[in-house]
Design a protein around this ligand. Sequence first.
Ligand code: GDP
Ligand code: MG
Length: 861
Amino acid sequence: MRLSEALTGQTVIITKVIGHGSFRKRLNEMGFIKGKPVFVVKNAPLKDPVEYRVLGYNISLRRSEASMIGVVTEEEAKTFETLPPLRVEADRGGAHQKIRNTGNVITIALVGNPNCGKTSLFNLASGSKEHVGNYSGVTVDAKKASFRYKGYVINLIDLPGTYSITAYTPEEKYVRKFILEEAPDIIINVVDSSNLERNLYLTTQLIDMNKNVILALNMYDELEKSGAQLKKDFLSKMLGIPMVPTVSIHGRGLPELFDRVIDVYEGVDPFVRHIHINYGEEIEASVARLRIMLRQHRPVTDTVSSRYTALRLLEKDPEPDYLLRNYTEVENIKLVAAEEIQRLEKLLVEDTTSLITGYRYGFISGALKETFKSGKNQSSITTDHIDTFLTHKYLGIPSFLLFLFLSFYCTFELGAYPTDWINNGVHLLSVFMQSHMQEGMFRDLLVDGIINGVGSVLAFVPNILILFFFISFMEDTGYMARAAFIMDKIMHGFGLHGRSFIPMVMGFGCNVPAIMATRTLRNKKDRILTMLIIPFMSCSARLPVYLLLISAFFPSHRALFLTGLYLLGIFIAVLMAQVFNKTLFRTKESPFVMELPPYRMPTLKNTLIHMWDKAKQYLKKIGGVILLAVVIVWALGYFPTHSVVLDHFDQQITQLKTQKAILSYPVNAKQGRSIAGNGNVAKESSSQSTVNATNNLQKQNLSQVQIDEKIDQLTGKRQSERLQNSYLGQIGRFVQPVMRPLGFDWKMTVCLLAALPAKEIIVSTMGVLYQSDKDTNSLGVRIKRDVYQSGPKVGQPVFTPLVAFSFLIFVLIYFPCIGVIMSIARESGSVWWAVFVIFYTTALAWIASLAVYQIGSFLIH
Ligand code: GDP
Ligand code: MG
């Protein structure tokens, strides 16, 4: 919190004063010093200046000045005591001092290239469980954690990985904005020590920004293993940046790292020195000229070094207005910058952007030449070995397919066991509830709606867990980057990105996690395009419907039809991708480098955490939206509960039940007698009368079993009747005219509507709707026997093979399910994409089924 946000009458404690030289000095002289309490005397909204009391004096500050003072409230200061300690140190049993004074809050940002181990460091230090992946683009926003270390409160922030701090990608913009606006006290620049040259580029930009930087020489284990030698103290002195070797997956070096943080924060680290990278005489001259100008128009409360701003302007920063947002005379400054750029480019015959980049790399290679002797770089040698095989021209794709097949095989084969357990458990639970709860609406809701609905979704969790395990493993080892690389060419042919492949394949399991997996696509256009076509991947919820209808209508060509439907889905997806590329996403964004990180063996723990992360999102969805949807559809199919016909059924059923009770009574009575002993006259006589009743029933030739059957039949008929008259049935009939040209009757329409929460619901709804008098249990047979009860086609079967095929096509293409729609809304960041998917998939399904049915009918006649 900033002092400007403190309210009248509040006492807050100063944690830091942000800002530059003279401004900061002035504030310090006024008494605004770290650790001192400030009382807010008067602070009305919009009132400027604000009055404060510090060290016994009343002082007024401008609001903009007060916003440069970081503070904590007294309550916040108290909660600091409850924070966990630095994890690594705790593991070693280190003792902790109590927080000495509340001014000691250090905000640290982790900055570095993708895959250099920032998140691992963040997790290990704070004990949190953010996802670690050997795959860039995983950390999308900032994660924050707080802990205590040696009497200090440390706020650690994990930022997205970037190769530089310009403003060309969303990650870069984010990181820059964070550093400039949030002004962290310390930046820990995490670098991959086995790849110093590339990683230090970012460091040069931090040097220009003149921030408090500490270098974590991470992956030091790999540097040591490769036999390379680094004179780190020498390098440290040259750059003016303290450096600490770390191995963030094991926690090595972390206490030392945070010790250095404290030293730098307290201003006692001997290595800290602000250096200037030399950009050559001419560029430096331009920088100097710009700096004079910038200093004149610079706001007192600025946090950015003018050297940095000048350099960025000369580098043609894409957001100069952001850079100069606090300055006056912005246009003049931009004019001077443009003049200088022109002068430099004419003089040096090169683009200033590449000139400056060249100087930075020159600086790095110079620094490394004196301090670094490369070894044989173990990991990249093994990486090369593995890659000659795995990304081989001919072997690459087969080995990838083999790996995929293995993942899917395990997903479905191993997953089948726990899925069975869940299904059995859900069944037991619903039977238990059925028999232990009072009959009524609440029981129906719980059993038919919630338990069965959620159960059917829950049944996919084991499959999803296993699939995610493999995917996490592929990501963490670095294989995923290769898979994208291998598939890139083929996918490009379809106008898709190589990385779209994995989400699309995942779609065969379940579209919901597949939509979430599009996160690995960096480009927004590619992400949305992939989300739009994932619904055509036949997910496992569609499989039961396919199986039911294919077995009933095309028994001799089962495998052919099943494969055909899957392929048709892929075909439509590819087709739509082309269409969208030519319509919605015409502007092509520039291609970006597909980097291939070295292979790394992930720890099992990391992979499990990652897997769980993904599964958690799926489970959350069950808890929320899917549950709600299940209940709504259930209610639409359940109400109204009373009608003349229904009541008639109820009467018949009750009658049969009493008859059954009477039939079974003598048995009970006998038992009762044997327990109660003889002499119970009342029981004797009542038992006598039931015997008579039983005889009557037996005269009607109705045994107990037959009564049960009759009850079942009636209950089934009643259910079917109820569904017909329910709101859902009414909607179905209402919509039916639209579906008639596709060959669908109202029952099919109702099934399609009921399946909005999840497509497997089609099967269970059919089970309810297609009740047959004939004694057959097979749903397929019952569907086949269904005939039109009225209308021009009366007496003809409803379902012909053609209708079944048209229906299957519709099921494949239309509205995926509520979970997918919600995921698209969330992942695309716009409800409109979700709405778009609802309409375009359904419209497409309608057109496809219409074509199939109409052309088919024409051919048959
Ligand atoms: P981030 O992208 O910077 O957040 O990097 P991550 O923390 O996600 O780590 C990327 C990969 O490097 C993961 O596979 C980690 O297990 C691995 N890794 C992280 N730190 C180290 C380290 O110090 N040594 C080694 N050998 N591997 C590491
Ligand atoms: Mg990360």
